[in-house]
Design a protein around this ligand. Structure first.
Ligand SMILES: [Ca+2]
Length: 170
């Protein structure tokens, strides 16, 4: 009886907290994002990845094109419609493990071509093994490959929605 009561309590908590993001994160279509912009502290890809992990999150990845387009619309609505450095963010896709194939660092899934902007990935400088999320100068955001050592003030961390913590309650 006691166990049933506690499980019911837990289920109620899950329902109440179902739409919560970690503190400082923004809820956009069932995903939580943290937008980091700090002109005083530019980060290369490795540092961005580390700082997301420290927040209990992962560097930006997309589970679907719909998710990417939703975030693109959000960023553009916030006032970014150029590919300037102030409006460009690190993403987790990289080809560090296998140089002709891109994988999401956070999910280890293969990155499909349609996530990239037109003409990308092009490995223009010969060492473009990481990716950023940038405006395509036409209408939307997409990925481009860039050197991992490039430094930008901006990156986006992604975290799952917080659910009630049942561990230890039953
Ligand atoms: Ca490129």
């Amino acid at each position: 009886m006691k166990v049933i009561f506690l499980v019911l309590c837990c289920l109620l908590l899950i329902e109440e907290r179902a739409a919560e993001c970690p503190e400082g994160f923004t809820l956009i279509n069932s995903n939580c994002y943290w937008f980091r912009k700090d002109p005083e502290d530019k980060a290369n890809w490795f540092k961005a990845d580390m700082l997301c992990n420290r927040r209990g999150a992962r560097l930006l990845s997309f589970d679907s094109l719909e998710e990417m387009n939703t975030l693109s619309d959000y960023i553009i609505a916030e006032g970014c419609n150029t590919n300037s450095i102030e409006c460009t963010y690190w993403a987790s896709a990289n080809c560090l493990a296998q140089q002709d194939k891109f994988f999401w660092q956070s999910t280890h899934k293969r990155v499909k071509k349609q996530f990239f902007n037109k003409g990308e990935p092009n490995n223009l400088s010969g060492d473009e093994y990481c990716t950023d999320f940038r405006h395509d100068q036409e209408s939307k955001y997409g990925l481009g490959d860039v050197p991992c050592t490039w430094r930008t003030p901006n990156f986006i961390c992604k975290a799952p929605l917080k659910s009630a913590e049942c561990v230890g309650m039953v």
